[in-house]
Design a protein around this ligand. Structure first.
Ligand code: 13P
Length: 250
């Protein structure tokens, strides 16, 4: 199985020129690697400009909860498909932070899957000290998957991103591969409750939160883990390319 390495550029870089420069560097490296699925999630506005993606797949950082209608500022999954996007990130903690709730996330996930986008559902607790954090993650998954048909399982990916480990919160300190391993088992059990055993066993689970070239190996080697979701380090093409190289060898 290829490792999945997703770059979430968030609201960066600030110019098209910079975006194209980073993209070009990653593209030429990714072209040589066989063991990695490289995915870049730039800001929406850059998606059509980076279209000639070659081996790299494009992801949206969000999708609208509806397929049509008068939603000012929104972008539908169908529009994204139309410009060559194949993945979407859904329910990122930075969107939850600005008020996106579980119901909206479920609708977005449904739209994204319905339109054939591979959909990366982000889950994770806010505080490291939260005692009930597995319970929080379980609730996030159950609420997001409720009512979503099992046949969409093959296009669903879950990203475990503990919010406290995201570089903007943690000053670059990641979670541990051991905790990711334990959480991946827990996540799989939760998915089993909703979609059954075969979907749960096949579901790719990836880790996000301060992944860089130094710590990526540990997370990529986790048994049952399928890859990483990289924020800050993905804007530095050299650093991100190193992560791709590491993933290619595992
Ligand atoms: P960092 O890699 O900057 O911690 O961001 C993680 C993230 O939120 C990816 O979606």
């Amino acid at each position: 199985m290829k490792k999945l390495v997703i770059a979430n550029w968030k609201m960066a870089p600030q110019t098209v020129k910079e975006a194209q420069a980073i993209f070009a560097k990653i593209k030429s490296r990714a072209a040589r690697l066989r063991g990695v699925e490289t995915v870049i999630a730039p800001p929406f506005i850059y998606l059509p400009l980076l279209k000639s993606a070659g081996k790299i797949k494009l992801a949206a950082q969000d999708v609208a909860k509806d397929d049509g209608g008068p939603w000012t500022g929104e972008i539908s999954a169908r529009m994204l498909k139309g410009v060559g996007v194949s993945y979407a990130i859904i329910g990122h903690s930075e969107r939850r932070e600005i008020g996106e709730g579980d119901d909206v996330i479920r609708e977005k996930l449904y739209q994204s899957l319905f339109r054939g986008l591979k959909s990366v559902l982000c889950v994770g607790e806010k505080e490291k000290s939260q005692e009930a954090f597995p319970h929080i993650v379980r609730e996030q998954i159950k609420k997001a998957l409720r009512g979503i048909p099992r046949y969409f399982a093959s296009k669903t990916i879950i990203a475990y991103e503990p919010v406290w480990a995201i570089s903007s919160h943690s000053k670059g300190k990641a979670d541990t591969p051991q905790n990711f391993f334990e959480m991946s088992i827990f996540i799989r059990r939760t998915v089993l409750d909703v979609w059954g055993k075969s979907a749960a066993l096949r579901l790719p689970i990836i880790y996000g939160g301060s992944v860089n070239a130094k710590n990526a190996k540990g997370f990529l080697e986790v048994k049952g883990g399928s890859g990483v979701l990289v924020g800050k380090a993905s804007l530095d093409a050299r650093e991100f390319n190193k992560i791709l190289e590491i993933a290619d060898t595992i």
